[in-house]
Ligand binder design. Structure first.
Ligand SMILES: Cc1cc2nc3c(=O)[nH]c(=O)nc-3n(C[C@H](O)[C@H](O)[C@H](O)COP(=O)(O)OP(=O)(O)OC[C@H]3O[C@@H](n4cnc5c(N)ncnc54)[C@H](O)[C@@H]3O)c2cc1C
Length: 432
C-alpha cells in the first residue's frame, strides 16, 4: 500500500472491513483504523442471521438482494470459511400485531421475500425439534454465518489484498480544508487521505458531528449468551421468537440474543439522545412495556468532559471510548434460555459458557445510512444498520465501493441517503 492511502476507513467491523476489501479488490489503497480489535464491538458478537436466495426475488437489485447473493457465494468469492448455514429462518408467531408489521416489512424490503406460514402441526412435522405451544411458524429463505469466522476470514483476505489495518488506533478528529477532509487524526498521528469512510458503528454519529452532520441514532444494548456444546441439529437454522433469537454453530454451541419484544433490550441514554427526543419519545411511550431506559454513567461522564473541553476551545477530546464492553443481566439470559428450552427441549438445562452484550446502532426508520456525508466533498458514511448489518452488509459495502470508484452505486440507495435524516423522521411501526 502507498505511504498515503487513497481511502481511510474508520472502523474495523464487518462494514468497514468488507468495504475495504471491495475497494482493494479494485486496486484502491486502503487503510482501516480500528480503536480496539477487529470485530470487537457488534460484528463478532452478532448472531449473524442472514437471508439467502429463495424462489422469488424482488425486481430491483436491492442491497438486501445483493447481500443474499453475496453470502451464498462468499466462500467462492473471497476464499475464506464462514460456516454458512442455510436451513432457513423460523419465526414463531405469537403476536398477530407484530407479525403483520414484520410480514409487511419483509414483503416490501427483502431481496427474496418468500414466506411460508405453517400451522402448529405442519411445523412440528417438518421440524420435530420444536415442542411447546405456538400459533404458527413463518419460514423464510436464510440461515446464518459464524460471526467470529467471518471477521477472522476478512482479516486474512485483507492481508492478501494489501489492506492496512491499524488496531488499537482511536480516530479523534479530522483536518479539514474548505469542504475537504485532508487528514484523519488519531491518538498517534495525522494520516493524510484522499477519501474517508466512517463505518464506526454506534460511534459514527460522534465522528459525523465533527464533520457538521447529525445522525439521530439510539444505542440499544442487546443481551447475548452462548451455551456449551449441544448435540448437532438442536436448533433449525435461525429461530426467532418474542423473547429470543437463537442459532447453533457447527461446534454445537447455541448463541442466543434478544427477541422482537422483550425488555432485555436496554437503551443506553446519553446527552446525544436529548437532541432527538422529539423523534424517539412517541415510540418509547408506545413501546414502554418493552423498553428499558438506562443512563450510562461512563458515557455521560465522557460526554460532559468532551463538551467542557470543546467549550474551552480544546481539540480532539473525543467521547468515543476504547474497550467498551457492556454486560447483560443474568435474569434476562436465564429467561431467554428458559423460553428457548420450552420450545426446544434439547436446550433445557444447557450451561451458559459465555455471557456478553452487544450495542446496536438504531436509526428511527430502521434503515442504514449509506452515502456521501452532506457538505463534505470526500467523506462517506456507512452505518446505522439497526441490528441487520449482516443482512445488509455485503450489498452496502459493494455499493459504497462502486460509489467511490465509479460514482455510481449500481443499486438504488435512495432509502439510505444520509440527507433523509435531516427531514421529518418518524419511527417505524416495528420497534425492533
Ligand atoms: C447481539 C447481536 C446480535 C445481532 N444479530 C444480528 C443478526 O442476526 N443479523 C444481522 O444482520 N445483524 C445482527 N446484528 C447486527 C450486526 O452485527 C451489526 O449490524 C453489524 O455487525 C454492524 O457492523 P459495523 O461494522 O457497522 O459495526 P461494528 O461491528 O460495531 O464496527 C464498528 C467498529 O468501529 C470501531 N470504531 C468506532 N469508533 C472508532 C474510532 N473513533 N476510531 C477507530 N475505530 C472506531 C469500533 O471499535 C468497531 O469495531 C447483531 C448485533 C448484535 C450486537
Amino acid at each position: 500500500m502507498a505511504a498515503s492511502p487513497d481511502v481511510v476507513v474508520i472502523g474495523g467491523g464487518l462494514i468497514g472491513l468488507l468495504t475495504a476489501l471491495e475497494l482493494a479488490s479494485r486496486d484502491v489503497g486502503v487503510l482501516v483504523l480500528e480503536k480496539d480489535d477487529v470485530g470487537f464491538e457488534q460484528s463478532a458478537r452478532s448472531v449473524a442471521a442472514v437471508n439467502l436466495p429463495g424462489r422469488t426475488s424482488n425486481d430491483s437489485p436491492s442491497i438486501l438482494r445483493v447481500s443474499s447473493d453475496e453470502w451464498a457465494t462468499f466462500v467462492d468469492r473471497w476464499g475464506c470459511s464462514i460456516d454458512l448455514n442455510s436451513e432457513g429462518w423460523h419465526i414463531v408467531v405469537e403476536d398477530e400485531e407484530w407479525i403483520a408489521t414484520d410480514r409487511a416489512t419483509w414483503a416490501e424490503t427483502a431481496g427474496y421475500p418468500d414466506n411460508e406460514t405453517l400451522d402448529e402441526a405442519a411445523a412440528r412435522e417438518r421440524i420435530p425439534q420444536l415442542q411447546g405451544s405456538f400459533r404458527s411458524l413463518d419460514v423464510r429463505p436464510g440461515g446464518h454465518v459464524d460471526a467470529i469466522m467471518v471477521m477472522k476470514g476478512l482479516q486474512i483476505v485483507a492481508e492478501r489484498l494489501g489492506v492496512g489495518i491499524r488496531r488499537g488506533t482511536l480516530t479523534t478528529g479530522f483536518g479539514i480544508s474548505g469542504r475537504t477532509v485532508t487528514t484523519v487524526r488519531t491518538t498517534y498521528e495525522s494520516i493524510p487521505c484522499g477519501t474517508v469512510i466512517l463505518a464506526a458503528g454506534i460511534w459514527s454519529p460522534d465522528l459525523c458531528d465533527l464533520l457538521g452532520f447529525h445522525i439521530p441514532m439510539q444505542r440499544i444494548r442487546a443481551p447475548a449468551a452462548e451455551t456449551g456444546p449441544l448435540p448437532s441439529g438442536a436448533i433449525p437454522g435461525f429461530l426467532r421468537a418474542s423473547t429470543f433469537g437463537a442459532r447453533q454453530s457447527r461446534n454445537g454451541t447455541v448463541r442466543i440474543t434478544g427477541g422482537f419484544r422483550y425488555s432485555a433490550m436496554l437503551h443506553d441514554l446519553s446527552l446525544r439522545d436529548l437532541r432527538d427526543l422529539r423523534v424517539w419519545a412517541p415510540a418509547f411511550w408506545k413501546n414502554r412495556k418493552d423498553v428499558s431506559l438506562r443512563v450510562s454513567p461512563r458515557l455521560l461522564a465522557r460526554e460532559l468532559a468532551a463538551s467542557l473541553a470543546s467549550l474551552r476551545g480544546g481539540k480532539d477530546r473525543t467521547v468515543v471510548p476504547q474497550g467498551f464492553d457492556p454486560t447483560s443481566r443474568p435474569r434476562d439470559r436465564r429467561k431467554q434460555l428458559d423460553d428457548l428450552g420450552r420450545l426446544v427441549p434439547a436446550v433445557r438445562g444447557a450451561r451458559i459458557q459465555r455471557a456478553f452484550a452487544g450495542v446496536m446502532d438504531l436509526i428511527p426508520d430502521l434503515q442504514p445510512v449509506v452515502g456521501p456525508i452532506p457538505g463534505v466533498e470526500n467523506a462517506y458514511v456507512s452505518t446505522g444498520f439497526s441490528g441487520h448489518g449482516y443482512m445488509y452488509g455485503p450489498g452496502a459495502c459493494q455499493a459504497m465501493a462502486r460509489l467511490i470508484i465509479d460514482r455510481d452505486a449500481g443499486l438504488d440507495l435512495d432509502s439510505y441517503r444520509p440527507e433523509r435524516l435531516a427531514g421529518s423522521l418518524s419511527m417505524r411501526g416495528q420497534l425492533f
